[in-house]
Design a protein around this ligand. Sequence first.
Ligand code: PMP
Length: 410
Amino acid sequence: MNLSRHSADADLRARARRVIPGGMWGHQSVARIPADYPQFFSRGQGCRLWDADGREYIDFMCAWGPMVLGYGDPDVEAAAEAQRRRGNGLNGPTERLVELAELMVETVPHADWAMFQKNGADATTTCVVIARAATERRKVLVARGAYHGAVPWCTPYPIGATAEDRVHVVPYDYNDVASLTAAVESVRGDLAGVIVSAFKHDYGKHHEMPTPAFAQAARALCDTNGAALIVDDVRAGFRLHIGGSWELVGIRPDLAAWSKAIANGRALAAVTGNDRFREGAAKIFVTGSFWTEAVPMAAAIATIGKLRATDGIGQMRRMGERLRDGLARQAAAHGVRIRQSGPPQMPVVFFDDDPERKKGWFFCTEALKRGVYLHAAHTMFLSAAHGEADIDQALQATDAAMAEVARQFG
Ligand code: PMP
């Protein structure tokens, strides 16, 4: 593939460089995209997407998570379109707000109430504000390497932020009870909350589910200290368990942050909480011009309803397992050593002896050339629109890509 000449993608990059600082911000800036990856896309359907040059891919990023039922899901689109005809942004919310809050309370066991925002960072930040308002304390414990958004209190790239922005943020190590306990001890009397990712899904690292011992210790430490246990379910929410990811370890948080998959690609985030934090949540002032938009809420009601009615999560898990098993077989057949981690529906695949991810990106690029969109460092995502035929077609491409890795790296 050659994107450098006469391609729509190259033209868009050139135009973007003139009118957008750096051509693009964040993780989608050209500086962070491998050389042969397209930056611009034109459309998506089911588990497939097309780049600006019309090339088709079986997609294992799902718009970085939101696409949980597949691009253009007909039921979600019908619900969104019906609401669009009636109105989206009005002087205040519509009935959809109450319906969606009722649905979240019914679906999520820890939730006695829900509030809605736009982005994941709105939700994680709102959780922290509620925890501080309710406890009248300052310190928040955050796992080293965890991602909770690109805002000053927690961004992993703090250029433009100050040390003071995170003066009350205290680090601990995920899945390490001793480290969490020590961090709690260090702030005793001033602990507002502990924020935990749904599972350890740090960029470029093997993924790890929370151990029962860690989850239980987090719950117990928050209880004995009167602090909020906050689960950041922005990335994993509605992919691992319909009631929230920590249902899998049998621990219920006080507050949870949701976004990505909640509305199958429409902009929406949520905070759910229990009655202990209802008053704190009622007294803070948070808002946004678009936080009451009705179309994303109609989409969320349809998305959650369909996930529940169709066992969408089971489908994603089975397809993720099919992909994982196929990749494991291919790696063994080609004599390439890989390690796969994360839940099957949110995998990462790393090659052994590949500290700079050269093999990883080489493999992904070879798969891309053959119509499969993978990522070598970030959590990937399955959707309920991935079927057996899609996985098998993708595996044909990865088999050839794996052969190229064996040839290139021995
Ligand atoms: N928390 C987690 C676990 C995330 O994965 C992300 C986004 N990747 C966020 C928070 C922030 O979400 P957003 O980018 O929508 O602000």
